[in-house]
Design a protein. Structure first.
Length: 252
């Protein structure tokens, strides 16, 4: 179900905002921005999500092929699933549904096509959760940590940030696009280094992906775990091939 149904809208810098979105505390927005910053210590810079092999194999060789690859992942592969897990975790945290959160956390941890994808997800999520609990203590994140520990389940980044965003009182319609934007921006940054591309081309690529980020976010808000699935098979094949790639800059 949609999470921001309201009749009141506000226009800021040409962007239409719902009433609930326009009243998000400034501190909450600032914290979300910090959590999704490349400077946040999750180690995201060391992962390429299989892009490194795709570049070496010639599947990605310029800006447009990079955009096409990332867009496919976002709309039909891991990115879409991450959006669904984010929203499911957000709803669980908002309703304090710990049993459901446990189920979502376990499924999110298991929903990985390759060893490297599992490593990419769990290591970033573990670092994120640890830092959040140290710097911004929060009972909701403590609860998630206990659930993961009790069930021996590795953390998933979408679940951690979904719970954290709900605890901050940020609507999913705001937090999810920001999360997915950081998701694709990390892979574009990897592409800039690998192809290589210039920094301006990298920003053009991110700009080209804005509509897909928005569309995927809206779809994920209305989705449930019954809608999980992937048709981005080349992502998984790229990840499997990367595991045995001779020379590598990235861990995935």
């Amino acid at each position: 179900m949609a999470t921001t149904a309201t009749l009141t809208t506000t226009t800021t810098m040409g962007i239409i905002m719902t009433d609930s979105e326009s009243h998000i505390p400034p501190l909450a927005r600032l914290r979300l921005q910090t959590w999704l910053s490349p400077a946040f210590p999750t180690g995201s810079y060391s992962y390429s999500h299989g892009l490194e092999w795709a570049v070496e194999a010639g599947h990605i060789h310029d800006r447009q092929s990079l955009v096409d690859w990332v867009e496919a992942d976002l709309c039909y592969g891991s990115g879409r699933n991450e959006g669904i897990f984010f929203c499911e975790a957000w709803r669980c945290a908002l309703g304090d549904d710990r049993i459901r959160l446990s189920e979502i956390a376990e499924l999110a941890a298991a929903f990985r096509g390759t060893f490297e994808f599992a490593l990419e997800s769990s290591q970033q999520a573990t670092a994120c959760l640890s830092t959040l609990r140290q710097v911004w203590p929060d009972p909701a994140l403590d609860c998630l940590s206990k659930i993961l520990c009790d069930h021996h389940v590795p953390a998933a980044l979408a679940v951690v940030l979904g719970v954290g965003s709900a605890s901050l009182g940020i609507p999913a319609s705001v937090a999810l696009p920001a999360f997915l934007q950081s998701y694709v921006a990390n892979f574009v940054t990897a592409g800039v280094r690998l192809i290589p591309l210039g920094q301006t081309d990298g920003q053009f690529a991110i700009a080209q992906l804005e509509e897909s980020v928005t569309t995927t976010s809206v779809q994920a808000e209305d989705a449930t775990i019954d809608d999980l699935g992937s048709a981005a098979f080349m992502d998984d094949l790229a990840s499997m091939s990367h595991e045995t790639q001779y020379t590598r800059l990235f861990r995935s």
